[in-house]
Design a protein around this ligand. Structure first.
Ligand code: MN
Length: 404
């Protein structure tokens, strides 16, 4: 079907228009693409063909120039693209610049600057607390309701969907072991998350207030924070996650602009603790997003985590990570933290789904506690869009391959 004739109700219709970076068939050249249905528009070529001033932002090898251009430019480019793919007068010029999605190579869409990962799901944090601190009076740590807990991860190992995940090796020490051992992780896990992509930098020394979130953050993607639980358990005290997380983080190939997700905005869960002014969002526009995530292992659905249940919003996370004066750079990526809903089959990690390996998942191809070599994990998602149409968020997938 020609790209202009994308069926009504397609989650990748003209209401969505996510951005990626691709190489056309038979080429290794990278350029910015925009997805429409099951096609990719060479956005830079379209800008050139139509004499658009946005060619300088779109005929590029990464999304970073567009990310840096700022909110007004983001809106203007999106408006132009919408016209290019919907106005019949453009059809003859634009239609030859589409490629079938199945024939292109998709790349990591932006150069990742800094990478931060949070811990913003109350259900996830309580599950982890119950498992690892069963004797504590509260399953949440005392700080949890006062600040969005996070850590700095490794930007250079963020990879695009489809990249194999090599099973990491590291130190581990079970409570019953006398000394630590080194070897391939035997508790390799996933974390179903949403990643937020920063476009506009901020100045060193100047915190970004809650209300400036949309001036800095361009869009979101799906993110799988692969985690070696055995490595993590032995190394994390007292400075937090390190090698159990830094080996690979996968992101979806498509970045959905926040401008495509206005209908998905929802109020976050009710706040149970009074917040310091820089985090108090009671008077702000709704900061939550209603994103419906599905997690599959080897094609079998194991979980459907609801992003709307996240306690801390992306705006609060941005405000918190800059409140000390730390600056933002174009291409900064921050993960929401594992998304877990209140129900058992809404949990975003195998750690929780199997209760630390106690309750294996029964899959058609066998029982699973943690991941085995050859397993393929895919996160996909959608959000409510205009007139009841879904906004597709694509997918992030990865296959576990044996330690080299
Ligand atoms: Mn994580």
């Amino acid at each position: 079907m020609p790209p202009f004739d994308v069926p009504e109700g397609d989650p990748f219709g003209p209401h969505n228009l996510p951005y990626g970076v691709f190489s056309p068939p038979g080429s290794s050249e990278r350029t910015v693409g925009v997805r429409l249905g099951d096609h990719v528009l060479d956005a830079g070529a379209a800008a050139h063909a139509l004499g658009s001033p946005y060619a300088s932002l779109l005929a590029r090898q990464t999304l970073n120039p567009l990310l840096a251009a700022g909110r007004t430019a983001w809106s203007d480019v999106r408006r132009a693209l919408t016209a290019w793919v919907t106005v019949p007068a453009h059809r003859e010029t634009v239609e030859p610049l589409f490629h079938p999605l199945s024939e292109v190579t998709l790349h990591l869409p932006f150069e990742v600057a800094d990478y931060v990962d949070f811990y913003a799901s109350e259900n996830h944090a309580r599950n982890v607390g119950r498992m690892f601190r069963p004797d504590a009076a509260d399953s949440l740590t005392p700080n949890w309701k006062h600040l969005p807990i996070g850590y700095h991860g490794r930007a250079g190992t963020v990879v695009v969907s489809g990249t194999d995940v090599v099973r990491p090796s590291g130190q581990r020490k079970a409570p019953t072991d006398a000394v630590p051992v080194y070897g391939p992780s035997v508790r390799l896990d996933i974390e179903a998350e949403v990643g937020f992509v920063v476009g506009v930098p901020s100045e060193l020394g100047r915190p970004v207030p809650l209300g400036d979130f949309r001036d800095h953050v361009f869009g979101l993607c799906l993110l799988n924070d692969w985690s070696a639980r055995d490595v993590q358990a032995w190394e994390y005290v007292p400075l937090g996650p390190f090698l159990g997380k830094s080996f690979t983080t996968s992101v979806s190939a498509w970045i959905t602009p926040l401008d495509a997700l206005d209908e998905a905005r929802v109020a976050p869960p009710e706040r149970t603790h009074e917040l310091l002014p820089y985090l108090d969002d009671a008077a702000e526009e709704p900061g939550g997003y209603d994103l419906r995530i599905t997690v599959t292992v080897n094609g079998h659905v194991v979980s459907e985590p609801p992003f709307s249940t996240m306690y801390w919003t992306a705006a609060q996370q941005l405000a918190h990570m800059t409140v000390n004066g730390a600056s933002l750079r174009t291409g900064d990526l921050y993960g929401s933290g594992t998304v877990s809903g209140p129900a058992e089959r809404e949990r975003g990690s195998l750690l929780e789904l199997t209760w630390n390996g106690r309750d294996p998942l029964e899959l058609p191809d066998g029982k699973r506690t943690f991941l085995e070599d050859g397993d393929v994990v895919t996160l996909s998602a959608w959000a409510p869009g205009p007139d009841g149409v879904r906004v597709g968020l694509g997918e992030v997938t990865g296959r576990v391959v044996p330690t080299v």
